[in-house]
Design a binder for this molecule. Structure first.
Ligand code: HEC
Length: 213
């Protein structure tokens, strides 16, 4: 065979370079599924170039850093405790029956195992509940990227008619009546009547401390 005329190392280099070369010269739209599967089974350098909207800078996926807030950090300990309690408390919802953890259950990798979420009055939502284990790493939240921060996202989840259907001032009022929350509020905010923004911030701090391990 003619290929055998080349020295061994050159043959290896040629074989390795082939998928990379193909990725550059071939438009992925013209490749069939089998050809694409072969390319994606190889090293990432050989994958077809991504088609990006203008203004988007490409960044390769990589190992994520540690959670931004360490659970043992004394500065955040009380806020994490409060945020965690709120996350698992159904009394935040209008029906007093649905907590964040109904749809983001740690036993199911912070999701609910359903195709579409079931929320207030057993209404079936429009979308699947994403895992929140790396929510702190996302710049845009929700499937369509409509929330720019976890704070914005939580208020959306609390008030969404298909999710918790809560009114934020009423939710705060309910929580202030619960005796057991007083020491948690005191520890986290040095007073016993936190604002809605402080309550939301405690849940954010809790979510920013979640490690997937
Ligand atoms: C009834 C189910 C349900 C409840 C209750 C619920 N969520 Fe969600 N959550 C969802 C669904 C569905 C989405 C995706 C919605 C979308 O993209 O439009 C979502 C999205 C999110 C996201 C964005 C994740 C990402 O990567 O974009 C976070 C974070 C989150 N929820 C946290 C919370 C918190 C905190 C609470 C409680 C205050 C909560 N959720 C209550 C179902 C729920």
């Amino acid at each position: 065979m003619r290929f055998k005329r080349y020295p061994y190392f050159l043959r290896v280099v040629l074989l390795l370079a082939l998928p990379i070369f193909l990725a550059f010269v071939q438009d992925p739209a013209t490749l069939d599924i089998d050809a694409l599967r072969k390319l994606y089974a190889g090293p990432t350098v050989g994958w077809p170039q991504a088609t990006l909207d203008s203004g988007i800078v490409f960044r390769e996926l990589g190992v994520l850093p540690n959670a931004p807030i360490q659970a043992r950090d004394p500065q955040y300990k009380a806020m994490i405790e409060l945020g965690k309690t709120l996350f698992f408390d159904p009394r935040l919802s209008a029906s007093q029956q649905i907590s964040c953890s109904s749809c983001h259950d740690p036993d199911m990798h912070w999701t609910d195992g359903r195709v579409r979420a079931i929320g207030h009055n057993h209404r079936i939502g429009m979308r699947n509940s994403p895992s929140i284990s790396f929510a702190w790493a996302s710049e845009k939240l929700f499937w369509d990227g409509r929330a720019n921060s976890l704070e914005e996202q939580i208020k959306g989840s609390l008030t969404n008619k298909n999710e918790m259907n809560a009114s934020l001032p009423e939710m705060r009022h309910t929580l202030l009546q619960i005796e057991a929350y007083r020491p948690l509020f005191q520890e986290a905010y040095a007073h016993t009547e936190p604002s809605v923004d402080q309550l939301v911030s405690a849940v954010v701090v809790f979510m920013r401390s979640i490690r997937s391990a």
